[in-house]
Write a protein that binds this ligand. Structure first.
Ligand code: CA
Length: 141
């Protein structure tokens, strides 16, 4: 359990030294993977104003972003490898995005990557999920 206490805090989960491909799940209070049975985090009196950052390694990783903390920025960087990121309340293409409550930055690094975001099961038509920017870069080998 990471208890950040009061003040403005930043949480970074760095798995870049991993020697295996990882399946990482990100929620607003737990980050888990094969390397991490579960990093439970909370900031009872303050905020993670510095953001929550999750890094995977150079292998072909999968990341599910289920929900995020309000307001603060959550960042996922999967680095090299053929990575996939799914953003959805169910971790697959059947969920919704209403629990993505703050800005979410996704970086997949080099490789053949995929990013999927599903709002398929949204039941609140007054809610909108906005994708502000997508930057696609091709970097020659
Ligand atoms: Ca990777």
């Amino acid at each position: 359990m990471v208890e950040a206490g009061s003040g403005n805090n930043k949480l970074t989960v760095d798995q870049t030294a991993s020697s295996i491909a990882l399946n990482t799940k990100v929620t607003s209070d737990v980050i888990s993977s094969e390397l991490l049975p579960g990093v439970n985090y909370v900031s009872t009196e303050g905020k993670f104003a510095g953001g929550v950052s999750v890094h995977t390694g150079e292998f072909s990783d999968s990341v599910q972003v289920i929900n995020t903390l309000p307001v603060i920025t959550t960042s996922v960087d999967t680095h090299g490898g053929n990575d996939s990121i799914v953003v959805s309340s169910t971790g697959d293409s059947n969920g919704h995005l209403s629990l993505i409550r703050g800005p979410l930055n996704l970086e997949t690094g080099n490789g053949v990557n995929s990013i999927q975001a599903s709002d398929r099961s949204s039941t609140n038509s007054s809610e909108e999920a906005l994708i502000f920017s997508i930057q696609l870069r091709w970097i020659p080998a």
